[in-house]
Design a protein around this ligand. Structure first.
Ligand code: HEC
Length: 205
């Protein structure tokens, strides 16, 4: 509001301002009150065997997608994601760390994959994420979904191996998948080599 109108002695502006302010205040209180009622009454069902309402689903999905996009913006992917050694190492890690939730070519649905909500997508069908977005998700996990933050326990190098494997996963037959997993070093071996030269690319976020 401009100074000249504030000092207008007629009072007509003020007479319009205060009822509006009161209405706005009441509206805000009503919204906060309704939210408190929903939260504290326990009305929203958090059970994983009952789907979200459309509105909550939209809210969570949209915040999730935007958050991943924005947080992955400054990540730079290594240029050797197609390196067969990376892909094979990633396959070994995937079989051990990811397949029980995300399944794999030729694999039956597991109990955990059937009970998770939101569902863990079957990554062999491909995902709508870029490699850097995949890296961010794998490293940091996703709150309130069961997707763990693997960066807590694994170096960036191993996480990029996983991302390298994810690029190949949609083309693999069950036999190719099994062969690739077999060709990978054991998890312990990979974690061991890690301890030796694991600090090479910890600059990414
Ligand atoms: C305990 C179960 C579980 C394990 C183990 C797990 N994930 Fe997930 N993951 C999930 C769930 C659930 C989601 C879906 C989250 C959502 O809907 O927001 C998810 C989402 C993802 C996504 C995003 C997919 C998309 O379309 O947006 C990627 C990529 C991913 N996981 C990779 C991995 C990798 C790689 C591993 C192994 C290192 C792994 N996950 C291990 C449960 C798991």
């Amino acid at each position: 509001m401009e100074r000249s109108s504030m000092s207008n002695p007629s009072g007509s502006k003020a007479m319009r301002f205060w009822p509006m302010a009161l209405l706005a205040g009441i509206a805000i209180l009503a919204i906060v009150g309704a939210a408190a009622l929903v939260i504290f009454s326990g009305w929203y069902n958090v059970a994983a065997d009952v789907p979200h309402t459309q509105a909550v689903y939209w809210l969570m999905q949209t915040s999730r997608d935007r958050s991943i996009e924005v947080h992955a913006v400054n990540i730079v992917a290594p240029d050797n994601l197609a390196d067969p050694k990376r892909v094979a190492d990633g396959a070994g890690l995937y079989a051990e760390m990811c397949s029980r939730c995300h399944l794999a070519p030729g694999m039956e649905r597991t109990e955990i994959s059937r009970g998770l909500y939101p569902r863990a997508p079957e990554l062999r069908h491909g995902v709508d994420l870029t490699p850097t977005e995949e890296f961010w998700v794998v490293k940091h996990g996703i709150k309130m979904t069961g997707m763990p933050a693997w960066g807590v326990t694994h170096s960036d190098k191993l996480l990029w191996d996983l991302v390298a494997f994810l690029q190949k996963l949609p083309e693999l037959t069950p036999d190719q998948y099994r062969a690739l997993v077999k060709s990978a070093p054991s998890h312990e071996e990979m974690m061991g080599t890690e301890a030796d030269h694991g600090h090479e690319d910890h600059t990414h976020h």
